[in-house]
Design a protein around this ligand. Sequence first.
Ligand code: AHR
Length: 534
Amino acid sequence: MKQNLRRNLRFMLKTRGAIVPFVFVIFAVSLFPPPQSIGADSSATTKNQLVVHADQGAQTINRNIYGHFAEHLGWCIYGGIWVGEDSPIPNTRGIRKDIVEALKRIEIPVLRWPGGCFADEYHWMDGIGPKEKRPPMVNTHWGMVTENNHFGTHEFLDLCEQLECESYISGNVGSGSVLEMQQWVEYITFAGNSPMANLRRQNGREEPWKIKYWGVGNENWGCGGNMTPEFYADLYLRFQTYVRNFSGNRIYKIACGSYGERYDWTEVLMKKAGRHMNGLSLHYYCGSGKNSRSATKFEEEDWFEQIKRALMMEDILTAHSAIMDKFDPDKKVGMMVDEWGAWHAVEPGTNRGFLYQQNSLRDALVAGLTLNILNQHCDRVQMANIAQTINVLQAMVLTDKERMILTPTYHVFDLYKVHQDATLLPTDLQCADYAFGGDKIPALNVSASKKSGKIHVTLCNFDPNHAAELNCALSGVTAKSVSGQILTADQITSHNTIEKPDVVKPVSFHAASIKDGNVQVTLPAKSVVLLTVE
Ligand code: AHR
């Protein structure tokens, strides 16, 4: 974690700033009605120009860009997802019903498990069979707590079936063996007569599961074994050889990739092993504020800093993609951004190793802009998994025993689900800057897609003090109607709590209209907006 923070600091110093060119034209008079409600200051608006090339679009936004990640860490699995069959909390075979419902609502496409750093110290055979016979283990990486191993392979795959999503398992390279990984795949997927398939049957599952995504290690440059890229590339080649396709199951093999701006790792992996992988991972956490790492007690300086660091995802993806293009010009190898998000200080009084953090409107903006950037890179990015699903880092849901709240980040995933499997529409955005403390970033950020005859445009306005007027032209299409939803709040620090769960939640948006076939919109300060154009 310290390593991550150090890196974030380095990135911050190196940032190349704006990700889109801008033209700044100030219109003193607002031509449009004020937004529906919620704290929008439209007294000083600026006019900005967006072109959505609605008659173009060649790439599909892989639904897995909206993926999630659940590690054995703090209260993510135990308490967050798994409560056990005997719990008074409503559950299906030990898995919380409210969590399954909430995640299905945002159409979770894929779930990565069991880690993270935990993956490289997890021995899957300890997590199968009768629960009372499973040996406990110490989670040395996260809080030194003892786990009873009641949530294992069967429970994870049951969870994915309940969620109706793809499963993505990260295998242990750091402290595991080739045999252990080979047997895990056989245990899950082999339909015939074999020691592993029979062990699965003995444990109550007759039919094999299908599993597509398989990670060969996690952060093997760090917590997964402190390896050099050359050493890991050789290990990857060896391990992946034995990740077999049994009984018609076809595995998409994912090699452990880099972190942030570490480009030599990508170069070496692509050079030595690129032909033996389907995907290469990438992690990037955008840290927290400049002066305060608190998730909810921060100033505008911290807001600005956080957004700026999150925007660096654009440069990072561009640079890693360029390296991958050298070795794989046809883009056969997917970039899997299988960990991303904000990383704040833990909530006061909680275990530092549990990474339990609150989630504010600032996190919603981080999610909105990051998903926009990932959409824009969907030619190379085939999956992304925000860290993490429940109660850890930039979570979707925070639980307190039987109660739960949906975070602002959850609501962004809800708004943005329209992009899943849609056709990305190229966009040109010219916008004003949001300047703070002698520094500046573009005030707006966008992505657009087309699905089932509808165009969806998701926009972020980072400026916490000024609304932005935007003229949106749709080339090749005459817009007939526009509707929208908005996520904003009174304060940059606004967040949901068990006592007040609906402080930050989407409401319908009425400050968009059609004029001469174009969409005219006033984006309130500090907001995420979804527009649907027909
Ligand atoms: O998501 C928390 C941790 O961050 C993961 O375990 C690790 O892969 C990364 O460093």
